[in-house]
Design a protein around this ligand. Sequence first.
Ligand code: ATP
Ligand code: MG
Length: 393
Amino acid sequence: MSHRPDPDRPEAPPLFPPASLGVIGGGQLGRMFLQAAQRMGYRAGVLAEHEDAPGAQVAHWSVVGRDQDVATLRAFRDRAEAVTVEFENVSAPALRWLSRFRPVRPGWKTVWTAQNRLREKAFLTRHGIPHAPWRPVRSVEEVQAAVRVLGLPMILKTAASGYDGKGQIRVDAACRAAAAWDDLGRAACVAEGWVDFVAEASVVVARGRDGRAACYPLALNRHDRHILDTTVMPAPVGPVVAMEAREMALGVAQALETIGVLCVEFFLGRDGRLLVNEIAPRPHNSGHLTIEAAPASQFEQQVRAVCGLPLGGTDLARPAAMVNLLGDLWIQAGGEPRWDFALAHDPGVSLHLYGKQDPAPGRKMGHLTVLDPDPESALFRALAARACVLGKM
Ligand code: ATP
Ligand code: MG
Protein backbone atom coordinates (compact mmCIF):
# COMPACT_ATOMS: atom_id res chain seq x y z
CA MET A 1 0.00 0.00 0.00
CA SER A 2 1.27 3.40 -0.90
CA HIS A 3 0.82 6.17 1.68
CA ARG A 4 1.08 8.85 -0.92
CA PRO A 5 -2.05 11.03 -0.83
CA ASP A 6 -4.22 10.22 -3.84
CA PRO A 7 -3.60 13.03 -6.35
CA ASP A 8 -6.89 12.22 -8.09
CA ARG A 9 -9.09 13.10 -5.14
CA PRO A 10 -10.96 16.34 -5.90
CA GLU A 11 -9.67 18.21 -2.85
CA ALA A 12 -5.98 17.57 -3.62
CA PRO A 13 -4.28 20.91 -4.35
CA PRO A 14 -3.88 21.77 -8.01
CA LEU A 15 -0.45 21.90 -9.55
CA PHE A 16 0.37 25.54 -10.34
CA PRO A 17 3.05 26.98 -12.64
CA PRO A 18 6.01 26.78 -12.66
CA ALA A 19 5.59 23.08 -11.82
CA SER A 20 7.21 20.74 -14.30
CA LEU A 21 4.91 18.64 -16.49
CA GLY A 22 6.05 15.69 -18.57
CA VAL A 23 4.51 14.19 -21.70
CA ILE A 24 5.37 10.75 -23.01
CA GLY A 25 5.80 10.94 -26.78
CA GLY A 26 7.62 13.51 -28.85
CA GLY A 27 5.31 13.90 -31.87
CA GLN A 28 3.20 16.90 -32.83
CA LEU A 29 0.58 16.21 -30.17
CA GLY A 30 3.24 16.28 -27.47
CA ARG A 31 4.68 19.42 -29.00
CA MET A 32 1.34 21.27 -28.90
CA PHE A 33 0.73 20.08 -25.32
CA LEU A 34 4.13 21.48 -24.32
CA GLN A 35 3.41 24.78 -26.03
CA ALA A 36 0.06 25.12 -24.21
CA ALA A 37 1.70 24.27 -20.86
CA GLN A 38 4.52 26.74 -21.43
CA ARG A 39 2.11 29.51 -22.34
CA MET A 40 0.50 29.06 -18.91
CA GLY A 41 3.89 29.25 -17.22
CA TYR A 42 4.63 25.59 -16.59
CA ARG A 43 7.97 24.03 -17.20
CA ALA A 44 7.28 21.25 -19.62
CA GLY A 45 9.36 18.39 -20.88
CA VAL A 46 9.13 15.25 -22.91
CA LEU A 47 10.10 11.62 -23.05
CA ALA A 48 10.97 11.22 -26.73
CA GLU A 49 12.77 8.64 -28.81
CA HIS A 50 14.91 11.22 -30.60
CA GLU A 51 16.62 14.43 -29.57
CA ASP A 52 15.16 16.25 -32.55
CA ALA A 53 11.58 14.93 -32.19
CA PRO A 54 8.90 17.63 -32.75
CA GLY A 55 8.18 17.69 -29.00
CA ALA A 56 11.82 17.69 -27.93
CA GLN A 57 12.51 20.71 -30.14
CA VAL A 58 10.28 22.94 -28.01
CA ALA A 59 10.59 21.24 -24.59
CA HIS A 60 12.23 22.84 -21.55
CA TRP A 61 13.79 19.45 -20.91
CA SER A 62 13.95 16.12 -22.70
CA VAL A 63 14.62 12.58 -21.67
CA VAL A 64 15.61 10.60 -24.76
CA GLY A 65 14.83 6.91 -24.72
CA ARG A 66 12.05 4.36 -24.80
CA ASP A 67 9.21 4.07 -22.33
CA GLN A 68 10.00 0.41 -21.64
CA ASP A 69 13.47 1.27 -20.38
CA VAL A 70 13.70 1.53 -16.59
CA ALA A 71 16.58 4.02 -16.45
CA THR A 72 14.74 6.26 -18.94
CA LEU A 73 11.54 6.06 -16.92
CA ARG A 74 13.37 6.92 -13.69
CA ALA A 75 14.98 9.96 -15.29
CA PHE A 76 11.58 11.03 -16.61
CA ARG A 77 9.90 10.54 -13.22
CA ASP A 78 12.58 12.65 -11.56
CA ARG A 79 11.84 15.60 -13.83
CA ALA A 80 8.07 15.41 -14.28
CA GLU A 81 5.79 16.38 -11.38
CA ALA A 82 2.77 15.17 -13.35
CA VAL A 83 2.62 12.93 -16.39
CA THR A 84 0.49 12.72 -19.51
CA VAL A 85 0.73 10.98 -22.87
CA GLU A 86 0.41 12.12 -26.47
CA PHE A 87 -0.67 8.78 -27.88
CA GLU A 88 -2.10 5.46 -26.73
CA ASN A 89 0.77 3.19 -27.72
CA VAL A 90 2.56 3.80 -24.46
CA SER A 91 3.56 0.95 -22.21
CA ALA A 92 0.67 0.53 -19.74
CA PRO A 93 2.95 -1.10 -17.14
CA ALA A 94 5.25 1.92 -17.41
CA LEU A 95 2.32 4.23 -16.71
CA ARG A 96 1.27 2.08 -13.81
CA TRP A 97 4.78 2.24 -12.37
CA LEU A 98 4.91 6.03 -12.82
CA SER A 99 1.58 6.40 -11.05
CA ARG A 100 3.21 5.15 -7.84
CA PHE A 101 5.14 8.41 -7.75
CA ARG A 102 3.28 10.97 -9.83
CA PRO A 103 -0.21 11.82 -10.98
CA VAL A 104 -0.57 10.15 -14.37
CA ARG A 105 -3.46 11.47 -16.46
CA PRO A 106 -4.97 9.74 -18.34
CA GLY A 107 -4.39 6.76 -16.07
CA TRP A 108 -2.97 3.47 -17.24
CA LYS A 109 -6.39 1.80 -17.32
CA THR A 110 -7.75 4.27 -19.87
CA VAL A 111 -4.67 3.89 -22.04
CA TRP A 112 -4.71 0.11 -21.67
CA THR A 113 -8.34 -0.05 -22.81
CA ALA A 114 -7.89 2.28 -25.78
CA GLN A 115 -4.58 0.87 -27.03
CA ASN A 116 -6.01 -2.51 -27.97
CA ARG A 117 -8.99 -2.87 -30.27
CA LEU A 118 -10.17 -6.09 -28.61
CA ARG A 119 -10.32 -4.40 -25.22
CA GLU A 120 -11.78 -1.25 -26.74
CA LYS A 121 -14.60 -3.13 -28.47
CA ALA A 122 -15.28 -5.18 -25.35
CA PHE A 123 -15.49 -1.94 -23.38
CA LEU A 124 -18.01 -0.45 -25.84
CA THR A 125 -20.07 -3.63 -25.81
CA ARG A 126 -20.02 -3.83 -22.02
CA HIS A 127 -21.25 -0.27 -21.65
CA GLY A 128 -23.91 -0.52 -24.34
CA ILE A 129 -22.27 2.17 -26.46
CA PRO A 130 -23.33 1.69 -30.12
CA HIS A 131 -20.54 0.47 -32.41
CA ALA A 132 -20.05 -1.61 -35.57
CA PRO A 133 -20.64 -5.37 -35.25
CA TRP A 134 -17.37 -7.13 -34.51
CA ARG A 135 -15.77 -10.45 -33.68
CA PRO A 136 -12.41 -11.31 -32.14
CA VAL A 137 -9.96 -13.04 -34.47
CA ARG A 138 -7.14 -15.09 -32.97
CA SER A 139 -7.31 -18.23 -35.13
CA VAL A 140 -8.25 -19.29 -38.67
CA GLU A 141 -11.51 -20.70 -37.28
CA GLU A 142 -12.34 -17.30 -35.82
CA VAL A 143 -11.61 -15.61 -39.18
CA GLN A 144 -14.12 -17.90 -40.89
CA ALA A 145 -16.64 -17.47 -38.08
CA ALA A 146 -16.30 -13.68 -38.41
CA VAL A 147 -17.10 -13.84 -42.14
CA ARG A 148 -20.19 -15.94 -41.42
CA VAL A 149 -21.46 -13.62 -38.70
CA LEU A 150 -20.48 -10.23 -40.11
CA GLY A 151 -20.87 -10.84 -43.83
CA LEU A 152 -18.86 -9.13 -46.54
CA PRO A 153 -17.15 -6.79 -46.97
CA MET A 154 -15.49 -7.06 -43.62
CA ILE A 155 -12.42 -5.29 -42.22
CA LEU A 156 -9.67 -7.05 -40.33
CA LYS A 157 -7.78 -4.73 -37.98
CA THR A 158 -4.82 -5.69 -35.83
CA ALA A 159 -5.72 -5.30 -32.16
CA ALA A 160 -2.54 -3.40 -31.31
CA SER A 161 -0.61 -0.45 -32.72
CA GLY A 162 -2.62 0.56 -35.78
CA TYR A 163 -2.98 4.16 -36.87
CA ASP A 164 -3.82 6.05 -40.08
CA GLY A 165 -5.30 2.85 -41.52
CA LYS A 166 -2.13 0.80 -40.96
CA GLY A 167 -2.71 -2.81 -39.91
CA GLN A 168 -6.08 -3.03 -41.68
CA ILE A 169 -7.28 -5.11 -44.61
CA ARG A 170 -10.68 -5.07 -46.23
CA VAL A 171 -11.91 -8.54 -47.05
CA ASP A 172 -14.30 -8.74 -50.02
CA ALA A 173 -14.44 -12.51 -50.61
CA ALA A 174 -14.70 -15.31 -48.07
CA CYS A 175 -11.89 -17.20 -49.79
CA ARG A 176 -9.54 -14.24 -49.18
CA ALA A 177 -10.19 -13.96 -45.42
CA ALA A 178 -7.55 -16.40 -44.20
CA ALA A 179 -4.93 -14.91 -46.55
CA ALA A 180 -5.74 -11.42 -45.25
CA TRP A 181 -5.14 -12.60 -41.71
CA ASP A 182 -1.83 -14.13 -42.84
CA ASP A 183 -0.89 -10.74 -44.33
CA LEU A 184 -1.47 -9.20 -40.90
CA GLY A 185 1.06 -11.64 -39.47
CA ARG A 186 -1.67 -13.75 -37.83
CA ALA A 187 -1.70 -11.15 -35.07
CA ALA A 188 -4.68 -10.85 -32.72
CA CYS A 189 -7.29 -8.84 -34.62
CA VAL A 190 -10.81 -7.58 -34.53
CA ALA A 191 -13.00 -8.25 -37.53
CA GLU A 192 -15.49 -5.46 -38.14
CA GLY A 193 -18.60 -5.46 -40.25
CA TRP A 194 -18.51 -2.92 -43.06
CA VAL A 195 -20.31 0.28 -42.10
CA ASP A 196 -22.01 2.10 -44.94
CA PHE A 197 -21.56 5.56 -43.50
CA VAL A 198 -22.42 8.96 -44.96
CA ALA A 199 -19.85 10.77 -42.89
CA GLU A 200 -17.21 10.45 -40.21
CA ALA A 201 -17.29 12.75 -37.23
CA SER A 202 -15.67 13.16 -33.83
CA VAL A 203 -16.08 14.81 -30.47
CA VAL A 204 -13.18 15.91 -28.29
CA VAL A 205 -14.00 15.76 -24.58
CA ALA A 206 -12.04 16.99 -21.60
CA ARG A 207 -12.73 15.54 -18.17
CA GLY A 208 -11.33 17.02 -14.99
CA ARG A 209 -10.31 15.46 -11.71
CA ASP A 210 -13.66 16.41 -10.17
CA GLY A 211 -15.50 14.43 -12.87
CA ARG A 212 -16.75 17.52 -14.65
CA ALA A 213 -16.49 17.26 -18.39
CA ALA A 214 -16.65 19.65 -21.30
CA CYS A 215 -16.83 18.88 -24.98
CA TYR A 216 -16.26 20.79 -28.17
CA PRO A 217 -18.90 20.75 -30.89
CA LEU A 218 -19.09 17.75 -33.21
CA ALA A 219 -16.41 17.82 -35.93
CA LEU A 220 -16.96 16.54 -39.46
CA ASN A 221 -13.93 14.68 -40.76
CA ARG A 222 -12.95 13.68 -44.26
CA HIS A 223 -10.22 11.11 -44.77
CA ASP A 224 -7.94 10.49 -47.71
CA ARG A 225 -6.23 7.08 -47.95
CA HIS A 226 -7.41 6.44 -44.34
CA ILE A 227 -5.59 9.54 -43.12
CA LEU A 228 -7.50 12.52 -41.78
CA ASP A 229 -7.49 15.19 -44.47
CA THR A 230 -9.95 17.88 -43.37
CA THR A 231 -12.03 18.79 -40.32
CA VAL A 232 -14.90 21.24 -40.05
CA MET A 233 -16.33 22.28 -36.70
CA PRO A 234 -19.21 22.47 -35.97
CA ALA A 235 -20.28 19.64 -38.25
CA PRO A 236 -23.22 20.64 -40.47
CA VAL A 237 -25.65 18.18 -38.88
CA GLY A 238 -28.98 18.67 -37.20
CA PRO A 239 -29.29 19.33 -33.46
CA VAL A 240 -30.38 15.77 -32.67
CA VAL A 241 -27.27 14.15 -34.15
CA ALA A 242 -25.06 16.80 -32.53
CA MET A 243 -26.63 16.17 -29.15
CA GLU A 244 -26.45 12.39 -29.45
CA ALA A 245 -22.77 12.54 -30.36
CA ARG A 246 -22.12 14.77 -27.40
CA GLU A 247 -23.97 12.49 -25.01
CA MET A 248 -22.16 9.43 -26.31
CA ALA A 249 -18.74 11.10 -26.05
CA LEU A 250 -19.46 12.25 -22.49
CA GLY A 251 -20.69 8.73 -21.72
CA VAL A 252 -17.42 7.22 -22.97
CA ALA A 253 -15.33 9.64 -20.87
CA GLN A 254 -17.48 8.90 -17.84
CA ALA A 255 -17.37 5.13 -18.31
CA LEU A 256 -13.59 5.23 -18.63
CA GLU A 257 -13.40 7.60 -15.64
CA THR A 258 -10.61 9.25 -17.54
CA ILE A 259 -8.88 12.43 -16.46
CA GLY A 260 -7.63 14.40 -19.41
CA VAL A 261 -8.71 14.75 -23.01
CA LEU A 262 -10.11 12.09 -25.26
CA CYS A 263 -11.61 11.92 -28.71
CA VAL A 264 -14.45 9.70 -29.79
CA GLU A 265 -14.57 8.99 -33.52
CA PHE A 266 -17.96 8.21 -35.04
CA PHE A 267 -19.48 6.84 -38.19
CA LEU A 268 -22.70 8.56 -39.15
CA GLY A 269 -24.75 5.83 -40.81
CA ARG A 270 -27.18 6.23 -43.70
CA ASP A 271 -29.96 5.58 -41.21
CA GLY A 272 -28.87 8.64 -39.20
CA ARG A 273 -27.47 6.50 -36.40
CA LEU A 274 -24.12 7.17 -34.81
CA LEU A 275 -21.68 4.34 -34.18
CA VAL A 276 -18.47 4.78 -32.21
CA ASN A 277 -15.51 3.85 -34.41
CA GLU A 278 -12.70 4.29 -31.94
CA ILE A 279 -11.47 6.14 -28.88
CA ALA A 280 -8.25 8.14 -28.72
CA PRO A 281 -7.40 8.81 -25.04
CA ARG A 282 -5.65 12.11 -25.82
CA PRO A 283 -6.00 15.23 -27.98
CA HIS A 284 -6.83 14.42 -31.59
CA ASN A 285 -6.03 15.74 -35.03
CA SER A 286 -9.69 16.75 -35.44
CA GLY A 287 -9.33 19.06 -32.42
CA HIS A 288 -6.31 21.03 -33.65
CA LEU A 289 -8.52 23.88 -34.81
CA THR A 290 -9.54 24.55 -31.20
CA ILE A 291 -6.17 26.32 -30.84
CA GLU A 292 -7.60 29.25 -32.76
CA ALA A 293 -11.34 28.64 -32.47
CA ALA A 294 -12.02 28.03 -28.76
CA PRO A 295 -11.29 29.91 -25.52
CA ALA A 296 -9.26 26.90 -24.33
CA SER A 297 -7.69 24.57 -26.90
CA GLN A 298 -7.76 20.80 -26.50
CA PHE A 299 -4.10 21.01 -25.43
CA GLU A 300 -4.82 23.61 -22.78
CA GLN A 301 -7.64 21.37 -21.48
CA GLN A 302 -5.10 18.56 -21.22
CA VAL A 303 -2.82 20.82 -19.17
CA ARG A 304 -5.71 21.90 -16.94
CA ALA A 305 -6.93 18.34 -16.39
CA VAL A 306 -3.43 17.05 -15.67
CA CYS A 307 -2.87 19.83 -13.14
CA GLY A 308 -6.28 19.55 -11.46
CA LEU A 309 -7.42 23.00 -12.64
CA PRO A 310 -10.96 23.87 -13.74
CA LEU A 311 -11.54 23.24 -17.45
CA GLY A 312 -11.81 26.08 -19.95
CA GLY A 313 -14.58 27.08 -22.33
CA THR A 314 -15.37 24.95 -25.37
CA ASP A 315 -17.80 27.18 -27.25
CA LEU A 316 -16.26 28.21 -30.55
CA ALA A 317 -15.66 31.91 -31.13
CA ARG A 318 -16.31 31.13 -34.79
CA PRO A 319 -16.70 27.98 -36.90
CA ALA A 320 -13.39 26.65 -38.16
CA ALA A 321 -11.77 24.30 -40.63
CA MET A 322 -8.46 22.48 -40.56
CA VAL A 323 -6.58 20.88 -43.44
CA ASN A 324 -3.61 18.63 -42.86
CA LEU A 325 -0.27 19.18 -44.54
CA LEU A 326 1.11 15.77 -45.43
CA GLY A 327 4.59 14.95 -46.69
CA ASP A 328 3.14 14.47 -50.19
CA LEU A 329 2.94 18.25 -50.47
CA TRP A 330 6.74 18.56 -50.17
CA ILE A 331 7.18 15.85 -52.74
CA GLN A 332 4.79 17.55 -55.15
CA ALA A 333 6.47 20.90 -54.56
CA GLY A 334 9.91 19.38 -55.09
CA GLY A 335 11.05 21.01 -51.84
CA GLU A 336 9.62 23.36 -49.25
CA PRO A 337 6.09 24.39 -50.22
CA ARG A 338 5.52 28.13 -50.75
CA TRP A 339 3.90 29.06 -47.45
CA ASP A 340 4.23 32.71 -48.37
CA PHE A 341 1.76 32.19 -51.24
CA ALA A 342 -0.86 30.75 -48.88
CA LEU A 343 -0.38 33.46 -46.30
CA ALA A 344 -0.53 36.20 -48.94
CA HIS A 345 -3.63 34.66 -50.47
CA ASP A 346 -5.57 34.78 -47.21
CA PRO A 347 -4.42 36.64 -44.07
CA GLY A 348 -6.93 34.57 -42.05
CA VAL A 349 -4.86 31.41 -42.52
CA SER A 350 -2.95 30.07 -39.48
CA LEU A 351 0.07 27.92 -40.33
CA HIS A 352 1.28 25.16 -38.02
CA LEU A 353 4.40 23.17 -38.88
CA TYR A 354 5.67 20.45 -36.59
CA GLY A 355 9.41 20.73 -37.23
CA LYS A 356 9.71 17.33 -38.95
CA GLN A 357 12.70 16.95 -41.24
CA ASP A 358 11.72 14.15 -43.61
CA PRO A 359 8.52 14.62 -45.59
CA ALA A 360 7.32 11.11 -46.43
CA PRO A 361 4.04 10.34 -48.21
CA GLY A 362 1.20 10.32 -45.69
CA ARG A 363 3.36 11.79 -42.91
CA LYS A 364 1.65 14.55 -40.96
CA MET A 365 3.99 17.55 -41.24
CA GLY A 366 1.65 20.37 -40.22
CA HIS A 367 -1.82 21.84 -40.68
CA LEU A 368 -3.67 25.01 -41.64
CA THR A 369 -6.62 26.49 -39.76
CA VAL A 370 -9.13 29.09 -40.94
CA LEU A 371 -11.99 30.62 -38.94
CA ASP A 372 -15.05 31.92 -40.76
CA PRO A 373 -18.64 32.69 -39.76
CA ASP A 374 -19.65 30.00 -42.28
CA PRO A 375 -18.05 26.56 -41.71
CA GLU A 376 -18.22 25.70 -45.44
CA SER A 377 -16.34 28.90 -46.28
CA ALA A 378 -13.76 28.10 -43.62
CA LEU A 379 -13.09 24.78 -45.34
CA PHE A 380 -13.07 26.29 -48.80
CA ARG A 381 -10.55 28.94 -47.71
CA ALA A 382 -8.32 26.38 -45.99
CA LEU A 383 -8.33 24.15 -49.09
CA ALA A 384 -7.60 27.12 -51.33
CA ALA A 385 -4.67 28.10 -49.10
CA ARG A 386 -3.28 24.58 -49.27
CA ALA A 387 -3.58 24.54 -53.05
CA CYS A 388 -1.70 27.86 -53.19
CA VAL A 389 1.50 26.49 -51.73
CA LEU A 390 2.11 24.48 -54.92
CA GLY A 391 1.19 27.30 -57.27
CA LYS A 392 2.98 30.26 -58.71
CA MET A 393 2.30 33.82 -57.57
P1 ATP B 1 -6.68 6.58 -36.78
O1 ATP B 1 -5.58 7.26 -37.54
O2 ATP B 1 -7.96 7.35 -36.76
O3 ATP B 1 -6.27 6.07 -35.45
P2 ATP B 1 -6.90 3.84 -37.48
O4 ATP B 1 -5.84 3.34 -38.36
O5 ATP B 1 -6.79 3.56 -36.04
O6 ATP B 1 -7.07 5.34 -37.72
P3 ATP B 1 -9.73 3.35 -37.94
O7 ATP B 1 -10.16 4.68 -37.47
O8 ATP B 1 -10.29 2.16 -37.29
O9 ATP B 1 -8.17 3.16 -38.01
O10 ATP B 1 -10.02 3.22 -39.52
C1 ATP B 1 -9.47 4.14 -40.45
C2 ATP B 1 -10.52 4.51 -41.47
O11 ATP B 1 -10.95 3.35 -42.21
C3 ATP B 1 -11.79 5.05 -40.87
O12 ATP B 1 -11.65 6.42 -40.56
C4 ATP B 1 -12.80 4.73 -41.97
O13 ATP B 1 -12.69 5.69 -43.01
C5 ATP B 1 -12.34 3.39 -42.48
N1 ATP B 1 -13.04 2.31 -41.74
C6 ATP B 1 -12.62 1.75 -40.59
N2 ATP B 1 -13.49 0.82 -40.14
C7 ATP B 1 -14.51 0.78 -41.02
C8 ATP B 1 -15.72 0.01 -41.12
N3 ATP B 1 -16.05 -0.91 -40.20
N4 ATP B 1 -16.52 0.24 -42.18
C9 ATP B 1 -16.19 1.15 -43.13
N5 ATP B 1 -15.07 1.90 -43.10
C10 ATP B 1 -14.22 1.74 -42.08
MG1 MG C 1 -9.53 6.26 -36.70
